[in-house]
Design a protein around this ligand. Structure first.
Ligand code: SF4
Length: 699
């Protein structure tokens, strides 16, 4: 730590703000970090208050009994090896997290896919970004984000789809509002709820849940019918326009049909279409309202279609822009942390990628087909196909859909290992709990929503015997007999290997420059300034945007417009369960509250979970503001306080995702969420579960 402090990166959302941990214990925004330029939101400003060692996991615990690291690591290696020997590699699995650093992710992915020989490693980013990953792959040929944060400040129109950026990406939203004040940027929000992001919007389209594809189908038809397509750009750089338009016309032939599906006023739809058609500098930013849907991948492609059709991609102030939820969702995607990814943007269905990864890792057992995605994985645990499971830095017993089934799966699984910093709903169900080093203690890199890679640097010692996740994973790999391949001396060496693999795998095949960081020595890694990665091939500096001149990583170098037929949410309300349950974040909490739930001032904003209902629904059901309400889905029920608000659309109820058994006796809302997933991405539909609501008498 220097006199000024240690420069590191906020561990919460995908904005990826730089922070400085000062010697006096305070934590402030880093004025030199390009993501935030010194600003922090309420969560980032309270980081110093999350660092107490109180309640931390400090020693390995086997069924609650303290054991040595040697005993714990030997046990993991022996139990996983025994299951693999008896039942094959697909009988084991890892479930990891967007909280993991890129180096942690790399080691876990290499161990499972390269050496154990299964692709049964998935991440909680499946709940967050999987639909975008799939949509990017279909449109661009690889999962890369073309936009950068500056685009939000250089646009004349910013469309926020399914994104309460004011609460979920607050510093980025503040940059957008500053641009609006400076240059008059128009903002359109597309969201069933009137969220905080709608307050400064010029137009809020409170569409029916899940009707985004119909609205966007109407948009691309409008663009075609009003001579707003960029035919020259399409001829040079993209394919699929005619099929996409034909499908869109079937879905949304005219404004009346779009209005009927979306529930929006014709005049509002027409205004939005006109603004989009006549504003070349348009950014469409989207988040979980798009991704967490059984039609999530189609929603992503419907957005990208409109940008490809107008040539608005890779240009200043123009592009589709996915806002990632977690601090390292993007880094995890870059190493191949999802069960359907190989490594370093490589694909299982590309024989050259498979052979290059096999040769680079000298992998004895490289997996050659995708593994089980998160929801499938826990079903496989529940029905006994998976017999040993290692969970790293995430809390699926409280966050996965049908959380009660996840709990049952963990109780039934013969061997469950959980690495984490604090006790959680999930550690309570583990056979072996491993104490992990946390934020401020770990050393590595993260990548934010604009592909900006930043260092997370340590500035305090881990409590007790807590260890870095990469070290724990590598120690187990070495005990399983793969000593040489996992013998790194620190995160710099792991990062170098990851960067070298990325450069080698993509060389000559994808138009990115991934080689710039492959030669970093340890000192350069320590001193690494925030930088975007990958760069466009041949870019002299990080200023260049991907796809500015086309050159997509598809076999013919052209992007694809993808036909997206409209499908409503998989489960529809009925007489028994007449409301649709939507889940999401609140401003001052993070995930299952293991850190933010310990900070009194963050609980002052919203201190308990509520079910927010529209006034008409509340009156009809006899539910009072502040009274108790029981929500019942096909999978469970939950009693919590009601909030009655006109921000809520009739027919819907919103409950925050954060509160678990540890923070609210009722338990997590995920226990109500149904099993539906997007058929392409495997992302669960966390925003449209039919429920019944009834008042509960307070005694
Ligand atoms: Fe941290 Fe996100 Fe807030 Fe920035 S906007 S301080 S990254 S939570």
């Amino acid at each position: 730590m220097t006199e000024a402090g240690v420069r590191t990166t906020c561990p919460y959302c995908g904005v990826g703000c730089g922070v400085i941990a000062r010697p006096d214990g305070s934590i402030v925004g880093d004025p030199e970090h390009p993501a935030n330029r010194g600003r922090l939101c309420s969560k980032g400003s309270a980081l110093a208050e999350t660092l107490a060692d109180e309640d931390r996991l400090t020693h390995p615990l086997l069924h609650g009994r303290r054991v040595s690291w040697n005993e714990a690591l030997d046990l993991v290696a022996e139990r996983f090896a025994a299951v693999i020997a008896e039942h094959g590699p697909d009988a084991v699995a890892f479930y990891v997290s967007g909280q993991c650093l890129t180096e942690d992710y790399y080691v876990a992915n290499k161990l499972m896919k390269g050496f154990i020989g299964s692709a049964n490693i998935d991440t909680n980013s499946r709940l967050c970004m999987a639909s975008t990953v799939a949509g990017h792959g279909r449109a661009f040929g690889a999962d890369v984000v073309p936009g950068i944060y500056d685009d939000l400040e250089e646009a004349d129109l910013v469309v926020l789809v399914g994104s309460n950026a004011a609460w979920c990406h607050p510093v980025l939203h503040r940059r957008l509002l500053a641009a609006k004040a400076r240059r008059g940027t128009r903002i359109v929000t597309i969201d069933p709820r009137r969220t905080a992001a709608c307050e400064e919007a010029d137009l809020h389209l409170a569409l029916a849940p899940g009707s985004d594809v119909a609205l966007l189908a109407g948009l691309i038809v409008h663009l075609a019918d009003h001579d707003a397509l960029d035919r020259a750009w399409l001829d040079a750089h993209a394919s699929g326009l005619e099929e996409t338009l034909a499908t869109a016309r079937t879905t949304a032939g005219d404004l009346d049909r779009v209005a009927a599906i979306t529930g929006l006023a014709r005049s509002d739809i027409a205004l939005f279409y006109d603004w989009f058609a006549t504003t070349p500098r348009t950014v469409t930013a989207f988040s979980q309202g798009v991704n967490q849907s059984s039609a999530g991948t189609d929603k992503v492609n419907a957005i990208i279609n409109c940008h490809l059709a107008t040539g608005r991609i890779g240009k200043p102030g123009a592009g589709p822009f996915s806002l990632t939820g977690q601090p390292n969702a993007m880094g995890g995607r870059e190493v191949g942390g999802l069960a359907n990814q190989l490594a370093a943007h490589g694909r299982f269905d590309d024989p050259i990628d498979v052979e290059r990864v096999r040769a680079f890792w000298r992998a004895p057992n490289l997996a050659t087909r995708p593994g089980l995605k998160a929801v499938e994985m826990f079903e496989a645990v529940r029905d006994g196909r998976i017999k040993a499971l290692w969970i790293v830095a995430t809390n699926p017993a409280a966050s996965l859909p049908r959380a009660q089934r996840v709990r049952e799966a963990l109780e039934a699984c013969p061997f469950v290992v959980v690495s984490d910093c604090w006790p959680t709903d999930t550690t309570a169900l583990a056979d072996l709990v491993l104490p992990a080093a946390g934020w401020g203690e770990k050393d590595g890199t993260v990548t934010n929503s604009e592909r900006r890679l930043s260092r997370q640097r340590p500035f305090r010692k881990p409590p007790g015997e807590a260890k870095a996740d990469w070290w724990i994973l590598a120690q187990v790999a070495r005990r399983m007999g793969w000593d040489e391949a996992f013998a790194w001396n620190g995160p710099a060496a792991i990062f170098r290997e990851h960067a070298t693999l990325s450069a080698m795998l993509n060389a000559g095949r994808r138009p990115f420059d991934l080689g710039a960081l492959a030669t970093l020595d340890s000192a350069a890694y320590d001193a690494l300034e925030p930088c975007r990665w990958p760069l466009p091939a041949g870019a002299a500096s990080e200023g260049g945007r991907l796809f500015a001149a086309g050159g997509f990583p598809t076999p013919d170098g052209r992007a694809r417009l993808v036909p997206t037929p409209f499908r409503p949410p998989a489960q529809q309300p009925d007489a028994e369960r007449p409301l649709l349950l939507n889940t999401g974040r609140v401003r001052d909490q993070w995930h299952t509250m293991t850190r933010t739930g310990r900070v009194p001032k963050l609980l002052a904003h919203i201190g308990a979970p509520t079910a927010t209902l529209a006034p008409g629904d509340a009156a009809r059901l006899g539910i009072a503001d502040g009274g108790l309400v029981r929500l019942t889905s096909a999978d469970g029920s939950l009693v919590l306080h009601a909030a009655v608000s006109a921000t809520q659309r009739e027919g819907e109820v919103f409950v925050p995702m954060h509160w678990t058994h540890a923070f609210a006796s009722a338990g997590p809302v995920a226990r109500l969420v149904g099993a539906a997933c997007d058929p392409v991405s495997g992302q669960p539909e966390l925003k449209a579960t039919p429920v019944a609501a009834e008042p509960v008498a307070i005694r």
